[in-house]
Ligand binder design. Structure first.
Ligand SMILES: Nc1ncnc2c1ncn2[C@@H]1O[C@H](COP(=O)(O)OP(=O)(O)OP(=O)(O)O)[C@@H](O)[C@H]1O
Ligand SMILES: [Mg+2]
Length: 353
């Protein structure tokens, strides 16, 4: 069994990945994840990592390997959607000479390459039903068969799977085997989306800012409180990857206005209520959220149409000037400093309309 200290040591050993305090932050969800990770990494059981895209599933899979007793063995990643269905079987299980046209020699698959190490199957829901049953066999008794081989082979591998889908839904629709789900899901690690750990946004921003300033030899300054406020309110559909890319762009462009106007545009394009179908749904809360979002969009559109003249906008909206100022602040919309950039953006939006 590993300790918290070993997690720190590991993160240092991994080098490029962010420090422990940044990865786990302060939210309850991430602290629970960290405790689980400590407990399971040392035990050779399959792990299923679930979470939206960009929440850090790759990082966690690598940590599991580096904390495991087979850390000096191979870490073999298979990005299932990246390999066409017909090739995936030979990529995973290998083939014998002459197994099919073009099989001029024997080739071991990635399962074999991962012997005494970790096999990381990324986006596992992409495996077709035939491959799912072969994987099931591997998980049951460590056996598999190269294409065209007469006999099964045996390997010792720790299987870690990741997905950003609800596998339970895939089971219902008949595209994922339930028995395989139970096999890969011996331990489940859930990575919360960034919008559920907003308290960590500031630390992540500081980390990425420092990291990319160093990497690109730039000297971008800390973000203003105003932009930080926008980052706090944004819903982050692309999670930490989206935040990282945004900070990277800021470091390279050195222009705060470019990222704040970009965030506002992204918000406009999508209202994506956080509906968690696995738990109770509060219709009241969702409706309130939707009304606020609609109000925000209307105000933004009117401000843009009035070239950010707030007096004119208040008249157009039939509300008082003071009420508009309050709503602008409350909705996290940019005020004076970014107005010019917004006006330019508004011009192009209006023209496009
Ligand atoms: N907890 C974290 N702390 C700091 N950076 C993180 C964290 N999680 C992810 N990142 C960064 O965000 C980016 C995306 O992470 P990662 O590739 O692990 O996500 P993912 O969940 O595997 O996404 P996908 O489902 O699209 O494969 C990476 O550049 C990674 O360094
Ligand atoms: Mg990934």
């Amino acid at each position: 069994m590993t300790t918290t200290n070993s997690v720190s040591a590991l993160i240092q050993a991994l080098g490029e990945i962010p420090p422990e305090a940044v990865i786990f932050g302060h939210s309850e969800g991430m602290q629970a994840l960290r405790e689980r990770l400590d407990k399971v990494a040392g035990a050779n059981v399959p792990v299923l990592i679930q979470g939206e895209s960009g929440t850090g599933k790759d990082i966690i899979a690598r940590m599991i390997h580096t904390l495991s007793p087979w850390k000096s063995g191979p870490f073999v990643k298979v990005n299932c959607p990246a390999i066409p269905g017909t090739l995936l079987e030979s990529e995973l299980f290998g083939y014998e000479k002459g197994a099919f046209t073009g099989a001029f020699g024997m080739k071991p698959g990635r399962v074999e390459m991962a012997h005494r190490g970790t096999l990381f199957l990324d986006e596992i829901s992409e495996l077709d039903l035939g491959l799912q049953s072969k994987l099931l066999q591997l998980l049951q008794d460590g056996q598999f068969c190269r294409i065209g081989a007469q006999e099964d082979k045996k390997v010792e591998v720790r299987v870690v799977c990741a997905t950003n889908r609800h596998l339970e839904h895939e089971i219902e629709s008949g595209t994922f085997r339930q028995d395989l789900f139970y096999r890969i899901n011996v331990v489940n690690l859930y990575l919360p989306p960034l919008r559920e750990r907003r308290g960590d946004i500031e630390d992540l921003v500081h980390y990425f800012l420092e990291y990319y300033n160093r990497k690109y030899n730039c000297r971008a300054r800390a973000l203003s409180g105003e932009v930080m406020g926008l980052l706090q309110k944004y819903h982050w559909p692309g999670n930490i990857r989206e935040l990282e890319n945004l900070v990277k762009r800021y470091v390279i462009l050195g222009n705060e206005e470019a990222i704040s106007s970009d965030l506002v545009t992204r918000e406009q394009e999508m209202f994506n209520p956080d509906i968690n179908l696995d738990g109770p749904i509060s219709l009241k809360k969702l409706t309130r959220q939707a009304v606020r979002e609609l109000e925000r969009k209307v105000i933004l559109k009117v401000l843009q149409a009035n070239h950010w003249n707030r007096k004119q906008s208040a008249r157009a909206l039939s509300i008082s000037y003071r009420a508009l100022l309050y709503k602008i602040r409350d909705a996290g919309l940019p005020s004076n400093r970014t107005r010019r950039r917004q006006a330019e953006l508004a011009n192009s939006t209006v023209a496009a309309d």
